[in-house]
Design a protein around this ligand. Structure first.
Ligand SMILES: O=C(O)CCC(=O)C(=O)O
Length: 337
């Protein structure tokens, strides 16, 4: 246990939580299904936004226009910086269709049950509701596994422009491995602390996994657009800890290297699943809804707990963010698929 920069206690993913794999323990390890229960006060959220993120407009990332054939400099940026931000990937009509799809799913969530996955903002889960009735979207933090439930959202994940860019960045034959919407509602949209997406996935090799984050509302510095550390993918997998969420140690975040990625609706961030990224809380009055899809290159396959442990280990202990079945040695999601 040690102090982090906010003066609160940081518990490494150590003995209290992680299994001793060498002794073949079958205990459920500290796992993560993508949810967090951490509720920051407004003052804490504002302090985190100021100390762990860039709030100035000087750190804006390069955004290029969509082009079916990427330029060499686009591919080089993705290779060297770990990201490529593209304006106009989806049209206004595509964005409207996705928003309508999300709205319908939010209205039908009871009826759909486990056909989709929904996480409410921890504030509402823990502290009840002050959301006007009739707008269920405003309670939601994340909505996932929806491509089988809504064809408009399936069309976004399968959009020809998305495939055109993916083909050039990770090669043809890629597969969709995650579909999610990040709803970041006004005032209560919580932080997604700094992390690497590979810590949450069980696919290898790690450099074959790519995220596509698509803005549906205008994403701004104020409402919590994506922030990234360019080049951080080249440092490989890093330890994750169960703090405000499953995340990197705040003290290791290279705040001075941060680039912020404001995007217009339909704009997208393609990013390596090894790039360090996060978003501060949305303390503004505007929504910031986004879609996030992850794709695995044709050469990728699922991996076991032991393989994940080899990537995400804190010495002897597991330091990743995945939900594992220790008896089977593979992720629960894989068993449930
Ligand atoms: O959209 C956000 O707020 C962050 C999304 C993200 O990085 C994630 O869910 O992995």
């Amino acid at each position: 246990m040690r102090d982090n920069i906010m003066g609160t206690v940081v518990r490494p993913a150590g003995p209290a939580h992680a299994p001793d794999t060498e002794r073949g323990s079958v205990a459920r390890i500290t796992t993560n299904d993508g949810t967090t229960t951490y509720v920051a006060s407004e003052a804490e959220a504002a302090r985190i936004a100021q100390t762990m993120y860039r709030t100035d407009h000087d750190a804006v990332a390069t955004v290029v226009p969509f082009r079916e054939r990427l330029e060499d400099s686009d591919v080089a940026r993705f290779r060297d910086q770990g990201y490529l931000a593209i304006d106009g990937l989806l049209s206004g009509a595509d964005v409207e269709a996705s928003l309508a799809g999300l709205h319908d799913l939010a209205l039908r969530r009871e009826e759909l049950g486990e056909r989709i996955w929904v996480q409410e903002e921890p504030f509402f889960q823990e502290r009840g509701s002050d959301v006007p009735a009739g707008d269920p979207e405003l309670r939601i933090r994340k909505l996932a596994r929806f491509v089988k439930a809504d064809e408009r959202l399936a069309a976004a994940a399968d959009h020809p422009n998305v495939h055109a860019v993916l083909d050039q960045l990770i090669g043809p034959g890629h597969r969709l491995i995650q579909d999610m919407a990040l709803m970041k509602p006004p005032f209560k949209g919580s932080e997604k602390p700094w992390h690497q997406d590979n810590a949450y996935f069980d696919w290898t090799p790690l450099d074959g996994i790519l995220g596509v984050w698509i803005a549906l509302d205008e994403a701004t510095v104020e409402n919590g657009c994506m922030q990234i550390i360019p080049g951080s993918h080249l440092d490989g997998p890093a330890k994750h800890f169960h703090l405000r969420d499953c995340q990197l140690d705040d003290r290791g975040v290279a705040v001075d290297r941060i680039e912020v990625v404001p995007l217009k609706p339909g704009g997208a961030l393609f990013f390596s699943a090894l790039v360090h990224h996060g978003t501060p809380a949305n303390l503004s009055a505007s929504r910031r809804r986004a879609l996030q899809f992850h794709y695995a290159a044709a050469r990728c396959r699922r991996m076991t707990f032991r393989e994940h442990m080899a990537y995400f280990s804190d010495g002897a202990y597991y330091a990743g963010c995945r939900d594992w079945d220790m008896e089977a040695g593979v992720s629960r999601a894989m068993l449930e698929a």
